[in-house]
Design a protein around this ligand. Structure first.
Ligand code: ATP
Length: 233
């Protein structure tokens, strides 16, 4: 459903991604792992239209999307949950969720909101609380919940476990699995390679803006190079 072919991108004259090839199929969790500065966030920004590739082709659902505005991509079902969450801090949980549903126009938001509350019951309990007073884990859940309100076909998740306790990390990873099981594909960027490879159907290892290895999650978790470089084994 998503395909990058020979994609190069960066900031001003600084090239960060070098002819990247990557794909995500329906119903898959695909992880991109790599060290600090490898270009993981830049990859997601390029897919979601925040950065324009300098060369290469990106297609989503068979249509070319490089150069398409981010808001239009959200309408088409490609939704990015950035690192740092970008919530509307002074607004309540419920208001944040409603903002996420803007693509639905006048259609009622009760059903998608019920699904989010089913996934993250704590958000239902806190629906009137303002977002900036939630814990880090609750904010991450809200950021993911808000993205689901748009009815995505593909979610781009940037470092969802950053700053979370082990217990909350597992809760968020579990939720990602449930989201996949509900039919939404997920492209997940993670510095914590152990978590990502455990969760992913397939994964790519990124080094200095290039894919150096790819395979199934368990396959890569067994790879000696990955174990030495990213799993500390
Ligand atoms: P991290 O896990 O640290 O977020 P990452 O793999 O996501 O790392 P990126 O954030 O994509 O890496 O950064 C890749 C490179 O691009 C880094 O060298 C970074 O300094 C550079 N970079 C990121 N954002 C900008 C920017 N806005 N302007 C210039 N350079 C940038």
């Amino acid at each position: 459903m998503l395909k990058l072919e020979g994609v190069s991108a960066g900031y001003h004259s600084l090239r960060i991604l070098h002819e990247l090839d990557l794909h995500v199929e329906e119903g898959e969790i695909v992880a991109v792992v790599g060290a600090n500065g490898a270009g993981k966030t830049t990859t997601l920004k390029t897919i979601s239209g925040l950065l324009r590739p300098s060369s290469g082709v990106i297609t989503f659902g068979g249509q070319r999307i490089d150069g398409v505005r981010p808001s239009e991509l959200v309408r088409r079902g490609l939704v990015h949950v950035p690192e740092g969450r970008a919530l509307f801090g002074p607004l309540s949980v419920e208001e944040n969720l409603r903002m996420g549903g803007w693509t639905r126009g006048r259609r009622p938001l009760d059903e998608p909101m019920r699904e989010v509350f089913e996934l993250f019951p704590i958000l239902a309990e806190r629906r009137r609380q303002v977002a900036e007073t939630l814990s880090g884990g609750q904010q991450q859940m809200l950021a993911i919940g808000r993205s689901l309100m748009a009815g995505p076909r593909l979610l781009l998740l940037d470092e969802p476990s950053t700053g979370l306790s082990p217990k909350l990390t597992w809760a968020v990873l579990d939720a990602i699995r449930t989201i996949r099981d509900r039919g939404v594909a997920v492209l997940l960027v993670e510095q914590n390679a152990a978590h990502a490879l455990n969760l992913a159907d397939r994964a790519y290892v990124l080094e200095s803006g290039s894919v150096v290895l790819s395979g199934s999650g368990p396959e890569l978790a067994r790879d000696d190079r990955v174990r030495a470089a990213y799993l500390g084994l």
